[in-house]
Design a protein around this ligand. Structure first.
Ligand code: 5GP
Ligand code: ZN
Length: 113
């Protein structure tokens, strides 16, 4: 996808602080962290949001979740974490390339919204 910032990060055109990478996914530190550890996990293939998950691409989403425990561990999280995906305007999604926030490294707020 042209002009997609996370596609450019996935392609290495825009640098990022990488936590984990393989042929299908990339995990990198959020540029504006909202917790002591704040990592984003993305599919390298462009999917706009959770709203665009289908039977055809859901194996990639499963793959992301299979890898999240390892990503959290590599990022230094030892005492639990929160996984969030903002989808659409009311959820304040700002980057229209599917990503899962992994937040941890300290006790998080009890409320999620
Ligand atoms: P959203 O609001 O869409 O759920 O989350 C987008 C996230 O991407 C935000 O937390 C924002 O800080 C992060 N972000 C936006 N641009 C960049 C960037 O160029 N590099 C990195 N590492 N994170 C970014
Ligand atoms: Zn993209």
């Amino acid at each position: 996808m042209e002009n997609c910032i996370f596609c450019k990060i996935a392609a290495g055109i825009i640098p990022s602080s990488k936590v984990y990478e393989d042929e299908k996914i990339l995990a990198f530190r959020d540029i504006n962290p909202q917790a002591p550890v704040h990592v984003l996990v993305i599919p390298k293939k462009h999917i706009a949001s959770v709203d665009k998950i289908t039977a055809e691409n859901s194996s990639l989403i499963a793959y992301i979740f299979e890898n999240i425990p390892n990503v959290a561990k590599i990022a230094g999280i030892t005492n639990g974490y929160r996984v969030i995906s903002n989808c659409g305007p009311d959820a304040c999604q700002t980057v229209p390339h599917l990503h899962f926030h992994i937040l941890g490294g300290a006790p998080l707020a009890e409320k999620m919204a």
